[in-house]
Every structure is written in structure tokens, then in C-alpha cells.
Design a protein. Structure first.
Length: 214
């Protein structure tokens, strides 16, 4: 490989080029330690910064490419729902699902939009935080979840809001904490909407009132 080919290769691999440059600067700093201690100290600090930057950029790159990694999911959760006119738009997350942070009785709760769920479902700890108690006389219902069949208690949430979507007096199923890993928004809320659809890796939700005006 000649110098031109090496330059082209490093140009296409900026992280590798940064790492090599930082190592070379560190070596140069060691060679100058005796004769030029102050310069050596400055070069050594520069090489440390270069190596640290290369490490952080590598971690960020791996997190972005590993679609199901915890880091990628955490970074992806920074993408909020947006309101476009009367529509609420949710981006597809790296795990292949649609998520939203909603206000449940005024409390922030992360929900998975699950079109296969009959009811909106929450864990017992979330229900307690939102002040939601099982309905009087409720005997429990059997629900099929990703972890198998569970017995849930039916309750009524005063409000659930996100974007332009608002549902009041919404029936919710409360499941035991050790059996409910994910809070879900189910079809009992989605069926109250004017419409909902998936386009270009986005879930578009339209309130009933807005759909009537179209």
C-alpha cells in the first residue's frame, strides 16, 4: 500500500485515523520528555484527549448500529412524539415498536403502542403512582401477555394524554409487577380515535374530532 492508498484508507476510517494520530502524538511526547518536558506534557494531554474522543465515538457508533442494545434504546428514547396539526406522530424505535411517554392521571409513564392488546395495561406500581385503584366488585380478568396468561384487575384511569390524544375515564388492566414488564396502550384507546395508520416508519394518530373535521 502506497502513501496515497493509505491516505485514502484513513480518510474513509476517521475513527481509526484519530486513534493512530493520538498514538503517534503519545510516542512523540515520550521522545521529547527529557529535552522538552513542557511540550511533552502538552502533547501527551493532547493524545489522551484524542484517544478519549475516539473511544466515545466508537461507543456511540456501536450503540447506534446495535439496534437492540440497551444503549441504542436509551438513546432512541430521546426522540419524542410530535404534533403536526391535529395529528400525533410517533417514530418507529430501534426495537421495531412505537413508544410514547404519556401523562397518566398527570404522571409520566412510558407506554408501548400495542395493537394486539385489547386493553390499555399498566403495572401495579404504576397504578399506585397514578392513584388508580381496581374497580369495586372487580373479580379480575384473564389476559394473554408476552409472558403468558395473567390475572389482571380492571380499573378506570381518570385521564391519559400524549400529543394531541386525550382519553378520559379509560378502562385499564392492572397486572402484578412481577408479570408486567411493559405498560401498553391497547385497542380500547386506539378505537376511540378518528383514525390511525403507519406511514414511512411513523405511527400517525388522529383524534376523532379532528377526523370529523377533515
Amino acid at each position: 500500500m502506497n502513501l496515497g492508498e493509505l491516505s485514502e484508507f484513513l480518510y474513509q476510517k476517521p475513527l481509526m485515523a484519530l486513534t493512530i494520530a493520538a498514538i503517534l502524538v503519545s510516542i512523540l511526547a515520550g521522545m521529547l520528555t527529557v529535552r522538552y518536558p513542557r511540550l511533552s506534557h502538552g502533547l501527551r494531554n493532547t493524545s489522551y484527549l484524542g484517544l478519549t474522543a475516539a473511544l466515545l465515538l466508537t461507543v456511540a457508533s456501536l450503540a447506534g448500529n446495535a439496534h437492540r442494545s440497551d444503549a441504542a434504546l436509551w438513546l432512541d428514547q430521546l426522540r419524542p412524539a410530535t404534533v403536526q396539526g391535529a395529528q400525533t406522530v410517533l417514530p418507529l424505535r430501534t426495537d421495531g415498536h412505537f413508544w410514547v411517554e404519556a401523562q397518566l392521571n398527570g404522571q409520566p409513564v412510558n407506554f408501548l403502542i400495542d395493537t394486539g392488546a385489547t386493553y390499555t395495561g399498566i403495572s401495579q406500581s404504576v397504578a399506585q403512582r397514578a392513584g388508580i385503584l381496581p374497580d369495586q366488585g372487580d373479580q379480575g380478568v384473564m389476559l394473554d401477555t408476552a409472558n403468558g396468561t395473567i390475572v389482571a384487575r380492571m380499573a378506570t384511569a381518570g385521564s391519559l394524554r400524549f400529543g394531541s390524544i386525550e382519553a378520559n375515564a379509560l378502562p385499564v388492566a392492572i397486572g402484578p409487577d412481577n408479570e408486567v414488564e411493559t405498560n401498553v396502550i391497547g385497542m380500547n384507546l386506539l378505537s376511540q380515535l378518528g383514525s390511525w395508520r403507519v406511514e414511512n416508519n411513523q405511527l400517525i394518530l388522529v383524534p376523532r374530532a379532528a377526523a370529523s373535521d377533515e
